[in-house]
Design a protein around this ligand. Structure first.
Ligand code: ADP
Length: 318
């Protein structure tokens, strides 16, 4: 293998740049030629390929987003689209590809590996919704962004003795809500993995208010409903003023945390090592603090473990 390429695909996540930098610099150290593909699989199909040097990735470790840009591509989901993509890779002499993204991007990488392109996936998504790895790049930064917002909301909801419902991202995974809820001292954390009883929630808000709680902070994962509707219900049933805040896309931006930069650097380094070892159709991850790699199929077929213990701790401390 002489030439490898790197792309970012699907939803962006803080730390993707640190991963690109790690891939490029590790590969150059190992005497590979390295290409960057812009706009994910869509850019690959369109031949948006550029050479990457050490200096191309200078000054990006601290930046959120992805300098290679990201996209979703319906065309790549078709065999015709993928054939075009392989044609572009062949044209540039690329025989190994590092894909930084989530589960959808990994499925794409798996398809390319069946077409004689060595592919390695790096988990980049704020949602932390990949079962095979304890953490994905971007999750820690997103949780810290949410935490900052929770701290601010706590001030104002205490002053006004209000209920505050904060809706956070995560698709069907409640990890952002669970971690930020525990770290932010939320009274209630509502997760798709657990579900909730709206009437019981309202009764508990009244009980807590009677006991003298100045505020009630509820962290709601997007996968279980909308903050606006929940706040309306709470206000109607309890008579206590309730406000909704949907944090939205600010959760995807910002300078990556130390943890995300280090994770991205380790993943990028290992991904290139795997290509050097002649591996393909694998994804890198972290489990119990150790960097691991698994077959893409095996990784995507695993079911996500829900951290019940962490949830119980959050409830006990609320
Ligand atoms: P993420 O990687 O963040 O989960 P998506 O699910 O949107 O994001 O996937 C990103 C891109 O990966 C899609 O736009 C598509 O081009 C490609 N992709 C997703 N699923 C498949 C699949 N089953 N086969 C081939 N390509 C896929």
């Amino acid at each position: 293998m002489k030439t490898i390429a790197v792309l970012t695909s699907g939803g962006d996540a803080p730390g993707m740049n640190a991963a690109i930098r790690a891939v490029v610099r590790t590969a150059l150290d190992k005497k590979f030629t390295v290409m960057g593909i812009e706009r994910g699989y869509s850019g690959l199909i369109n031949g948006e390929v550029m050479p990457m040097e050490r200096k191309t990735v200078a000054d990006i470790i601290q930046r959120g987003g992805t300098v290679l840009k990201t996209a979703r591509s319906e065309e790549f989901k078709t065999e015709k689209g993928r054939k075009k993509a392989v044609g572009v890779l062949k044209k540039f002499g690329i025989d190994g590809l590092v894909v930084i993204g989530g589960d959808g991007s990994f499925r794409g990488a798996q398809e390319l590996s069946k077409m004689s392109i060595a592919t390695i996936g790096i988990p980049g998504t704020i949602d932390n919704d990949l079962a095979y790895t304890d953490f994905t790049i971007g999750f820690d930064t997103a949780v810290n962004t949410v935490l900052d917002a929770i701290n601010k909301l706590r001030d104002t909801s205490t002053s006004h003795e209000r209920v505050s419902v904060v809706e956070v991202m995560g698709r069907n995974c409640g990890d952002i809500a669970l971690y930020s809820g525990l770290a932010g001292g939320a009274e209630n954390i509502i997760l798709p993995e657990i579900g909730y009883d709206g009437d019981e929630l309202c009764r508990s808000i009244i009980r807590e208010k009677t006991k003298g709680k100045l505020h009630n902070l509820i962290v709601l994962a997007e996968g279980i409903g909308g903050a606006e509707a929940l706040a309306e219900k709470i206000q109607k049933v309890t008579g206590i003023e309730a406000r909704a805040t949907k944090l939205g896309h600010i959760q995807r931006g910002g300078s990556p945390s130390c943890m995300d930069r280090i994770l991205a650097s380790k993943f990028g380094y290992r991904a290139v090592e795997l290509l050097e070892e002649g591996k393909t159709s694998r994804v890198v991850g972290i489990r119990g603090g150790k960097i691991v790699d698994l077959d893409i199929d095996e990784a995507l077929n695993m079911s996500k473990h829900f951290d019940n213990k962490l949830y119980n701790i959050a409830n006990a401390l609320a």
